[in-house]
Design a protein around this ligand. Structure first.
Ligand code: ADP
Ligand code: MG
Length: 158
């Protein structure tokens, strides 16, 4: 088990703070072959975090929520990054029906909103980001679930 429980909870007072934290996370992700689960209710800031993450990696275009498209793909220098949102899944098998497992692998970074909706078909996470509403802001906590995830986490902690 690589899970560690000593991860601090950060307070993100406003949307800019969520984007900034996303950018920080993006830089820490580094290489491909990573799966990141983004957990939290509707409005917790998952898509906002991805927006900051992509901008931090140099993406200059729009970042749309994949709520209706399931997947939004990005190519950043040599990196394939896929942003998923399974909120609308009525059944986890929709993951298989859509052939989405082929996007996961050593060549890509996959960021997944509502990962539980694809359970048990989704590959396990290297990192898990938990977001929650906290007053007028949000709280964020990142935990590592593999060796690769731990390296990313120590990069965030500097
Ligand atoms: P999700 O993808 O989790 O459903 P979104 O990223 O779409 O959530 O964000 C929902 C709303 O929360 C947006 O209006 C966004 O501006 C706002 N938001 C994001 N982060 C924060 C924050 N740290 N404090 C206050 N509002 C935030
Ligand atoms: Mg979203």
């Amino acid at each position: 088990m690589h899970e560690r429980d000593d991860s601090p909870t950060r307070f993100l007072p406003d949307e800019a703070a969520t984007r900034e934290f996303g950018a920080c996370l993006g830089v820490a992700l580094g290489t491909a072959g990573l799966v990141v689960y983004l957990e939290g209710d509707l409005g917790a800031g998952k898509t906002t975090l991805v927006r900051g993450l992509l901008q931090g990696l140099g993406h200059r275009g729009a970042v749309r929520s994949p709520t209706y498209t399931l997947i939004e793909p990005y190519v950043l220098s040599n990196l394939n990054l896929y942003h998923f949102d399974f909120y609308r899944f009525a059944h986890p098998d929709e993951f298989l029906d859509a052939g989405l497992e082929e996007y996961f692998g050593e060549q890509s970074i996959c960021l997944v909103e509502w990962p539980g909706k694809a359970d048990p078909h989704l590959p396990p996470p290297d990192l898990r980001v938990e977001l929650a509403v906290s007053g007028t802001g949000r709280s964020a906590r990142v935990t590592a679930h593999s060796k690769k995830g731990e390296s990313c986490l120590s990069a965030i902690r500097h």
